[in-house]
Design a protein around this ligand. Structure first.
Ligand SMILES: CC(C)(COP(=O)(O)OP(=O)(O)OC[C@H]1O[C@@H](n2cnc3c(N)ncnc32)[C@H](O)[C@@H]1OP(=O)(O)O)[C@@H](O)C(=O)NCCC(=O)NCCS
Length: 150
């Protein structure tokens, strides 16, 4: 088990490295990460390995919505397969329950099999599709998990 910490400004350089090694398009920039650090309706967490941020998670929520959004999650290629993403999804679940979100939702690239497998393992199901959602024209699927029986 690794500790989950709130992301800080000093972590951004390592988060950018994770980002660049994890995504081929729709990458967040330094200024976007800095904005997300200070955004009130966002939760920005990291897991550090040997004091270096190796996984990050960003959750977003809106005022009148009962659905929590996983905005981004990524793990450094060198730290994959260590359950870091799983720990971040466990955290998301606990956060959603604690804050009375009835659902958690996310978009994932249609061909991102490892991420889809991860979400399915945690009980997320496919609930929709967004055509040409990404900058490179690929489609996204929407996955949702119910957290509280309504
Ligand atoms: C998807 C990702 C977050 C998984 O991170 P991770 O820390 O390696 O995942 P975990 O070790 O917690 O793995 C948990 C489960 O995810 C699934 N999974 C993870 N990597 C996988 C792979 N390469 N192939 C198939 N399934 C995989 C499996 O179901 C796995 O459970 P198992 O070990 O019992 O088989 C990571 O590969 C990543 O950062 N990818 C690039 C960024 C990305 O796609 N983010 C999601 C955007 S929506």
């Amino acid at each position: 088990m690794f500790r989950i910490n709130s992301a800080e400004k000093v972590d951004i350089i390592n988060i950018l490295e994770i980002e660049n090694l994890s995504f081929s398009s729709n990458k967040f920039s330094k200024s976007q990460f800095n904005y997300l650090l200070s955004k009130a309706k966002a939760v920005f967490k990291v897991i550090k390995v040997d004091d270096i941020a190796r996984a990050y998670l960003i959750l977003l929520f809106r005022k009148n919505s009962k659905s929590l959004r996983i905005y981004s999650i990524a793990v450094h290629p060198m730290s994959r397969g260590l359950n870091l993403a799983s720990q971040l999804l466990e955290f998301t679940n606990t956060y959603a329950l604690k804050n009375k979100f009835t659902h958690i939702h996310l978009e994932v690239r249609e061909d991102n099999n490892s991420a889809i497998k991860l979400y399915q393992k945690f009980g997320y199901i496919i609930t929709g599709k967004k055509n040409s959602y990404y900058e490179d024209g690929s489609d996204a699927i929407i996955m949702t998990k119910k957290t509280i029986s309504t």
